[in-house]
Write a protein that binds this ligand. Sequence first.
Ligand code: C2E
Ligand code: MG
Ligand code: MG
Length: 572
Amino acid sequence: MSKPLRALVIEDSEDDTELLLQELQRGGYVPDHARVETPEAMSSELKARAWDIVFSDFTMPNFNAFDALSLLRSTGIDIPFIIVSGTIGEDRAVTAMKSGAHDYILKGNLKRLIPAVERELREARVRQERREGEETIRRLAYQDPVTTLPNRARFRELIQEAVEKAARDSHSVGLLLMNLDRFREVNDTLGHGLGDQLLQQVGLRLRSALFTPDIVARLGGDEFGILLPHLSAVENVEHVIKKLQEFLQAPFMIGGIPIAVEASIGVALIPEHADDADTLLQRADIAMYRAKQMASGYALYTQEYDSYSPERLGLMAELRDAIGHGQLLLHFQPKVEVKTGQIVGNEALVRWQHPRHGLLMPDQFITTAERTGLMEPLTDWVLNDALNHCMAARREGIRLGISVNLSARSLHSPHLAEIVERALTAATADPRNLTLEITESAIMLDPAGAEKTLAILNGMGIRLSIDDFGTGYTSLASIKRLPVDEIKIDKSFVSGMLDDQRDAMVVRSVIELGHNLGHTVVAEGVENREMYEFLASMGCDEAQGYFISRPQACEPLKDWFAVSPWKIDAPA
Ligand code: C2E
Ligand code: MG
Ligand code: MG
């Protein structure tokens, strides 16, 4: 059987080369060879093409085997190097082998050549396979299989390297941790296959937003890490965040469905917040948690945030008990009719009075509830408590409706109607007093399923509201078919509308189109009189926000009702 062999021959004698080739052919090889006798020629042959083996004479006028060997080593190419020489003393042969030659053959004893070639080619193959195996293991250990981005282990190493380099060159390093809000909902509703596609696309967009030295990694679940290894100015971080947010803004087309992705980004810096990789990661994580509550979608670490990382404090396990053990409570935020200044309803917002961590906000545990399958008992509890408060207040003459938020998971739960029905019956509440707020993005995850559920709830006489409207890229036209009563313009537009023409335009058109469809339009996040008046001038129906009242517990809210400048129905 003929075996092709790409042989680089370092030899000043053409005759000796010929003898070598003949011997190889006798052994069944078909040598494809080049003969060189200077380091330059060897170098350029090594660069020009791939070789299987090197045969080298021991001494030549312009070259020798030791130099040839070190030249080969310097290229990093690992192929057999066999010395074929007329004269070589035992001691020099030993030195040559010690410096890495694989074998030496005397020109007078060429019959040793073929067995040596075979053995060395075999061993080179073994070495090659081992290298590939190690490479695969390394890749598996260091790469996220879904996105092929570096994984958490690799990311940590890269941070470590960047931190060491920054200490030497005294520059800053930025670490961004990014969590995709509502990714779980996508995964649960559309399935893992499409969930993975979304992660891949997010990875690609993040990558394309950044410069080459910056690193994007997937740290697991819905979490990505971005390392900016060389920050010339700290202000640049904000610039990068804005750019990332911009790149994520257009919806992702996943299985033909446009999916809007919002991200919360936590930022920590070296040397400002940490001087080692682990502390840096931990602080960025804490900031990310905080970012979930920021309208801007990002937060730069400060020490005050340390108490805001409940999930990291092992909260997951405690939530189940919290629901059954009276640690949850509702705060209520009133809604007023803009034209009259009349309070027309309250929104129930859940809080967790944690025995050690104090009062926790929904953004700190709703995701946890979804992850741990606790959304159903949580929704059940909120509905019951909200309706009980509502009915108790009505008995005292405060005749207001109550709004309850539903997560995507609840909206798409087959038990929803049953849970709502039971809560209404238990509180002997009129369904018209209950408004269910559903976010636009939750509807969009499965518009057909949502339409069915909303029709059932509407049939039960419950009011329906679309929350955070404007962030989900649905057009008002596409919600035309949904039996909703109310649209709440997302607070991000409301908070921007005085300074940003585009935000003002969104607010104005949601109001106009909402009215055309016969819906009540509510603005959330109204923080001052100027905003309130601007909304009034645009004909917005209702307003909610800190300008009117922050969310408050039931008792303080009742006291507030008594003294508030906003009108409330006289007791009936
Ligand atoms: P949301 O339904 O859009 O509620 C409005 C959020 O904006 C509340 O945050 C409220 O405190 C805050 N807010 C009200 N007025 C202003 C203002 O003038 N300026 C600013 N910057 N913020 C204002 P909160 O209570 O932290 O709730 C956050 C989100 O958590 C809610 O957004 C809602 O989606 C969710 N959530 C709250 N309670 C529940 C619940 O019982 N079940 C479910 N599934 N989700 C809930
Ligand atoms: Mg709401
Ligand atoms: Mg909202």
